[in-house]
Structure formats: structure tokens, C-alpha cells
Design a protein around this ligand. Structure first.
Ligand SMILES: [Zn+2]
Length: 183
């Protein structure tokens, strides 16, 4: 018992514990919360109807594989059309496989270097790369890490990673702030 029991189901043993997670969870509850957050993001940022199509940019990264996995699961409960493309089409809204690191670092980079920034539709922007790694391990999804940041963006991420040691939810705070000013 105690902190060894999952606080989600209160049955299974804790498998996942991360600094920014409010509750320690078993693998099953952890995966459920990850998918729930992706679905909530989609509902808020891209509310679609049954006939609508969601296009996903597949850059062959682990993030893209996880995003496609979560969207195929969503299709089981809510039928919509899923289109997977290897390069961004010029027309229509496309979901990109940016994770929380990509999103937070790109945004801070634009603030620091005063460049234009427009947050794309990125359902995994609410998911930390550590969560993506654990989720994909549990689900048996494999793929290489995505390379999306510029040289400056990588520098920014290094800084954020250092800050994260003392403030585990800093990247989530940045994303929430971005979402507030740029809904
Ligand atoms: Zn559980």
C-alpha cells in the first residue's frame, strides 16, 4: 500500500513516477491519462465532426508514431477520417508531431530572438518527451527521436532542461501561457 499503489485505480502497482506528474500511476492508468490529454487538446483546438478529416504529418519519428497510434484509438470511439502524409500539403490544417520540448523551446526562442511564431496544431505539445518515451515503451511503439529544433532552439531547450531540474513543470507552464495568449 502507500505510495506503491497506483493513485488512479488504487489496485495496481506504481510503475510511472515523474517530477511533473501530480500522481504516481500504474502503466495502464498512465497510458490512459496521456491519451486523454491528447484527446482533450484535439477537442479544444480542432473540434471536428464525423465527416471531417484530420491530416497528420508523419516524419517517421517516435512522436509521429505515438500521435498516429492515439488518433487511431480515438477513431474507434469517434469515427473520423485520418489522413497521414509524409510532407506538409499546402492546403488545410495539418497536425504536426511536435512534443512539449519542441513547442516550449520554439516559443521561447521566438520571444528571445524576436522572430515570428505561430503555434501549429500539435496534439503532443501537451505531452512531455519523457512521457512519450514511457508510453511508447509500454505500447511497443518504436521510432527515432524527432529533429525539429533549430540550433538556437536547441540552445533554448538546454536552458529549459536546466530550469526543469528545479521547476519540473516549467515547460507545461510555458505551454499554458502560450495557449492563453494565443488560443
Ligand atoms: Zn492504475
Amino acid at each position: 500500500m502507500g505510495d506503491k499503489t497506483c493513485l488512479g485505480c488504487r489496485k495496481r502497482v506504481v510503475e510511472v513516477k515523474l517530477g511533473f506528474m501530480p500522481r504516481s500511476l500504474c502503466g495502464k492508468c498512465f497510458c490512459r491519462t496521456v491519451e486523454k490529454r491528447i484527446r482533450r487538446y484535439i477537442r479544444l483546438k480542432y473540434p471536428f465532426k464525423k465527416e471531417d478529416t484530420l491530416t497528420i504529418l508523419d516524419d517517421n519519428s517516435l512522436d509521429a508514431k505515438v500521435l498516429i497510434f492515439a488518433m487511431e484509438n480515438l477513431q474507434k470511439d469517434f469515427p473520423f477520417k485520418l489522413r497521414i502524409v509524409k510532407s506538409a500539403p499546402c492546403k488545410g490544417k495539418v497536425a504536426v508531431p511536435w512534443n512539449l520540448d519542441d513547442s516550449a523551446a520554439s516559443f521561447v526562442e521566438s520571444v528571445v530572438f524576436k522572430t515570428a511564431f505561430k503555434m501549429p496544431l500539435a496534439p503532443l505539445s501537451v505531452i512531455h518527451p519523457d512521457e512519450i518515451r514511457i508510453f511508447s515503451k509500454i505500447k511497443g511503439i518504436k521510432g527515432p527521436a524527432g529533429k525539429r529544433l533549430s540550433i538556437r532552439g536547441k540552445k533554448v531547450l538546454e536552458g529549459l532542461n536546466k530550469m526543469e531540474e528545479k521547476h519540473p513543470d516549467i515547460k507545461f507552464s510555458i505551454l499554458n501561457f502560450l495557449s492563453e495568449i494565443n488560443p
